[in-house]
Design a protein around this ligand. Structure first.
Ligand SMILES: [Fe+2]
Ligand SMILES: [Fe+2]
Length: 484
């Protein structure tokens, strides 16, 4: 489940991200504008926003959310001083729940889960109603009746059918009747048994060949009981004999034959099954996509865990990258791309020989060349997975440099997306502050001195600035002091 959380207060964002992460995939927006941008491209399962934010207020964001995704549950957080705005929004139907700060996380989590499952059940019900309506509209199309029957009963059948709104075709001879049946689309075929058994058999066969769902009614003016056996033999659904029914009862018999209850209920059942299967498929696809990221992330972690020097590297790079992207004002979609891309950036190391990967010392130039291939191997691993296409540039490009001297493509700053430059910065920062077999970890201040010398050459200057800003505000030091 994806939940979009918007609050300009980083401490509250962190609190909510930590508190909701177990149940939800939390997408963070740093202000009203970021939340609005995210909503344009992504349908979350629930939205939780703060009222007072720069860019757009919470109620403005929720109003837009209601226009774009009317079924998605909307929750508002307010300081106790602006309860009136929240109440107004509740009364206008823009907000499903509102909470005053300080927040009670457990209560919010429960409410979101309940609202999301109710919204999903409602959506499922709406789809089923649509399907039912489609089936009904299908069955209320006027039924088509073909009649080969002369005399008084022929006239009365035609009259009764027309009164019922049926589409009626009278045929006077067997050949004409066969033409009508052959054209298809008949719901009911009425035939007088006086055409003779041979003709009856031919016509019945034709009916079955053209449309097995067509109902056959036999008419026997002589009233012989043998006709009932004949009706059974030819698979007719009804047999009319004197004394003739009145017009109303005749039309009821025609209606019943046209209803073909077995086919209709079968169609309805099939439609239900189809709708349910589609819904299941959509949920399953989403679970598969989330599962793919988890599985690949797990592989990378397993790879790192074999080497004490790299354990925890990708998780830290992902956290540093997301905080840096958020400081640079990126929206939730870009931040999610960064998170997954950073988590998987070194996945190509799966394809590198262990003796090089875990070499306890400096690499020879040849070994270094071989290790560089982890960027292209990683890109190849992910290229086949459609839902991960957006992170391939990060995996391939995380060792590129703004000065064009990186690898594997040697592209320069203008060709490097910001997401890639952010992950590169975080990757280098984590490497400097981590112990390596051939050198100890640098202290945090010392690491930023090194980073400053790399700005504009190996690393993007804006990214280095943003990282330094986070460090000054004490917002990433928890991630950098693991080896000190
Ligand atoms: Fe790498
Ligand atoms: Fe790395």
């Amino acid at each position: 489940m994806h939940i979009l959380v918007a609050d300009d207060d980083a401490a509250i964002r962190d609190l909510l991200a930590r508190g909701l992460r177990g149940d939800f995939n939390v997408l963070l927006a740093i202000d009203g504008n970021a939340a609005l941008t995210a909503l344009e491209t992504l349908r979350p399962d629930a939205i939780l926003v703060d009222e007072m934010m720069p860019g757009a207020t919470g109620t403005q964001v929720l109003l837009r959310a209601k226009e774009l995704w009317p079924d998605v549950p909307r929750l508002l957080m307010t300081a106790s001083s602006d309860v009136t705005a929240a109440m107004r929004a509740v009364n206008r139907g823009e907000v499903h729940r509102f909470y005053t700060k300080p927040l009670r996380l457990a209560e919010i989590r429960r409410a979101i889960i309940e609202l999301v499952s109710r919204a999903r059940a409602d959506a499922a019900l709406r789809v089923e109603l649509l399907a039912l309506r489609a089936v009904q509209s299908f069955s209320t199309q006027p039924s088509r009746v073909a009649i080969l029957c002369e005399g008084e009963i022929g006239e009365r059948l035609e009259r009764a059918a027309r009164r019922r709104g049926f589409n009626v075709v009278r045929a006077l001879r067997k050949e004409a009747m066969e033409e009508v049946i052959g054209a298809g689309g008949c719901d009911v075929v009425v035939v007088d048994v006086d055409v003779g058994d041979q003709n009856l058999a031919e016509m019945t066969q034709l009916v079955r060949r053209v449309d097995v769902g067509t109902s056959l009614i036999l008419v026997d003016a002589t009233g012989s009981m043998a006709s009932l056996t004949k009706a059974f033999q030819f698979g007719a659904v009804d047999c009319l004999m004197p004394p003739w029914l009145d017009d109303v009862m005749l039309s009821v018999r025609l209606e019943r034959a046209a209803a073909r209850p077995r086919e209709r209920s079968e169609l309805r059942r099939l439609t239900h099954d189809l709708v349910a299967a589609n819904r299941e498929l959509a949920f399953a696809n989403r679970r598969v996509e989330e599962g793919q990221v988890k599985l690949l992330g797990g592989l990378v972690r397993a790879l790192e865990a074999r080497d004490p020097y790299t354990a925890g590297h990708t998780d830290r790079v992902a956290s540093i990258s997301v905080r840096c992207g958020s400081a640079l004002g990126l929206g939730t979609v870009a931040l999610e791309t960064i998170r997954v891309g950073a988590l998987l950036h070194d996945i190509g190391k799966i394809g590198i020989r262990d003796d090089m990967l875990y070499k306890p010392g400096r690499l020879t130039p040849a070994e270094y060349e071989a290790i560089k291939a982890h960027t292209t191997i990683g890109a190849r691993i992910l290229e086949g997975i459609e839902s991960l296409a957006c992170v391939v540039p990060i995996v391939r490009g995380h060792h590129e440099r703004p000065d064009g001297r990186g690898y594997p493509d040697g592209v320069s700053a203008s060709d490097l997306p910001l997401e890639v430059r952010i992950v590169s910065g975080a990757d280098v920062l984590d490497a400097i502050t981590s112990t390596r077999p051939y050198r100890p970890a640098s202290g945090v201040d010392e690491a930023f001195e090194v980073l400053a010398t790399l700005a504009g050459g190996q690393l993007d200057a804006d990214v280095v600035n943003a990282l330094r800003g986070l460090h000054r505000e004490g917002r990433i030091d928890d991630l950098l002091q693991h080896d000190q």
